[in-house]
Design a protein around this ligand. Sequence first.
Ligand code: SF4
Length: 87
Amino acid sequence: MARALRVWVDHRRCVGNSMCEALAPAVFRLNPNRQSEAFNPAGDSEEKVMEAAESCPVSAIFVENAQTPAASDCPSELAVHDRQFDA
Ligand code: SF4
């Protein structure tokens, strides 16, 4: 079983270019303010999530092991999801 990930987008950085949505459309989508949201971290493979995070031009995507305490600066108003990957 794949590990669970904690994934979120820092809206102070996101410039809404949709790169993450194109690479992992079952995880990321733009909200009406053209800010990406990790609406379902388990929607795509960990590889796709990591590719999206590494492709973000402003490093706005954060990915952590959900089994460990949050290490990054995750603003409380942003959605944080802890899900288990199926594959
Ligand atoms: S790739 Fe980065 S800047 Fe572009 S929409 Fe996704 S989080 Fe925002």
